[in-house]
Design a protein around this ligand. Structure first.
Ligand code: DOR
Ligand code: ZN
Ligand code: ZN
Length: 384
């Protein structure tokens, strides 16, 4: 087959290391199959699935279930992330070695940070036996409790209870210190505050084995969006959209490599739940299908983010850190590839989605820059 790629980019397969597929347990929000196909449409050839399902991915059989469903979906490749602790209590460690043998590519407490430092320290000692990274959600329960947006001038003006930046940064500091002491691999999820960026930069200078990711929504929006959108709950996300200074520090962090990766934190929810008042709606933005185009439209096209940085952050660095194919294909190996059309424009409407969820701030907008053909393991899975 001869493909005319004039005016297009051939990207290595993009890897999304932070996604929520909701199966088992909340299939009304998303299924592994709908999520994996939505990810493919968004340009991702590999995704890592967070363990905060119902039940949580705390047993080998559950980890294997996610892998198997992922394979059947024939979308992006799906790899499970095992839970650090059993159930939703966060009190007892899982059998991480067993979960790794079942196919887990990392371990995480996403959705509910381990609050007990002693237990997390033990988890870090234990995770070393698997050689895999521990992914931390970085949120202090007490500081964050009851808040629905970033605590600052905007939350005060709107009369909404805020979540201070320290809810994230104190846990970033703690987790870095624990990783430094134990010598384990740490990955920090969805970094949103400038104080966190500074802590990570300093830790890397000291040689701590830490990587970190940033979500497109934190690079594109600020807490002003909550006011400007008249409390649109599609802007309600955890960690919350921060100040303009936070956004600037995050962009600087991705440009200088302090923040290693881009990740969507695809968090699908039903309309019914997102229709609730701002303070009561669940946190989360659905990101699979719009994230690449949003980053292209808002950051790459205006010259704020070089395409080389995008590819390092969304393919090479995730591939290296989590030991996945995609950004690090050797000659002779079977490739994951994306043909990307920087001129393709799409109006983001309800009927356009492959995901079950549409809780995105880009709904109703036009975005530019989409994947037009996607190959997974050398097999064409999207486009023709
Ligand atoms: O906004 C979020 N949604 N942040 C999280 O940490 C969890 C996620 C979810 O599971 O919905
Ligand atoms: Zn999280
Ligand atoms: Zn998440």
């Amino acid at each position: 087959q001869v493909i005319d790629g004039t005016g297009k980019y051939l990207f290595p397969g993009l890897i999304d290391v932070h996604t929520h597929l909701r199966e088992p347990g909340q299939e009304e929000k998303e299924e592994i199959a709908t999520g994996a196909r939505a990810a493919l449409k968004g340009g991702f050839t590999t995704i890592l699935a967070m363990p905060n399902t119902k039940p949580v991915l705390d047993q080998r059989a559950l980890v294997e279930f996610v892998s198997n469903q992922g394979e059947r979906a024939a979308g992006a490749k799906v790899y499970p992330i095992g839970a650090i602790t059993k159930g939703e209590e966060g009190k007892e460690l899982t059998e991480m070695v067993d979960l790794a043998a079942g196919g887990a590519k990392a371990f995480s407490d996403d959705g509910r940070e381990v609050q007990n430092a002693e237990l997390l320290r033990l988890a870090m000692e234990y995770v070393k036996l698997t050689g895999l990274p521990l992914i931390s959600h970085c949120e202090d329960d007490n500081l964050a409790r009851g808040g629905s947006m970033h605590k600052g001038e905007v939350s005060a003006r709107l009369g909404l209870r805020g979540i201070p930046s320290s809810a994230e940064s104190v846990m970033v500091a703690r987790d870095i210190l624990l990783a430094e002491e134990t010598g384990s691999k740490l990955h920090l999820a969805h970094i949103s505050a400038k104080e966190s960026v500074e802590l990570i930069r300093a830790a890397k200078l000291r040689g701590v084995d830490v990587t970190a990711e940033v979500n497109p929504h934190h690079l594109i929006f600020t807490d002003e969006a909550v006011a400007e959108s008249n409390y649109n709950t599609s802007y309600k996300v955890n960690p919350p959209l921060g100040s303009a200074q936070d956004r600037e520090a995050l962009l600087e962090g991705i440009l200088d490599g302090t923040l290693d990766m881009l990740a969507t934190d695809h968090a699908p929810h039903t309309w019914e739940e997102k229709m609730k008042p701002f303070a009561e709606a669940p946190f989360g933005i659905a990101g699979f299908e719009t994230s690449l185009a949003a980053v292209w439209t808002y950051l790459v096209k205006p010259g704020k983010l070089p395409v080389e940085v995008l590819l390092r952050a969304w393919s090479l660095n995730p591939a290296q850190r989590f030991n996945l194919l995609g950004g690090k294909v050797q000659p002779g190996e079977i490739a994951d590839l994306v043909l990307f059309d920087p001129e393709q424009k799409e109006k983001i409407e309800s009927k356009w989605f492959t995901s079950k969820a549409q809780n995105t701030p880009f709904l109703g907008q036009e975005l530019q820059g989409f994947a037009c053909m996607v190959w997974v393991n050398g097999q064409l899975r999207l486009g023709k």
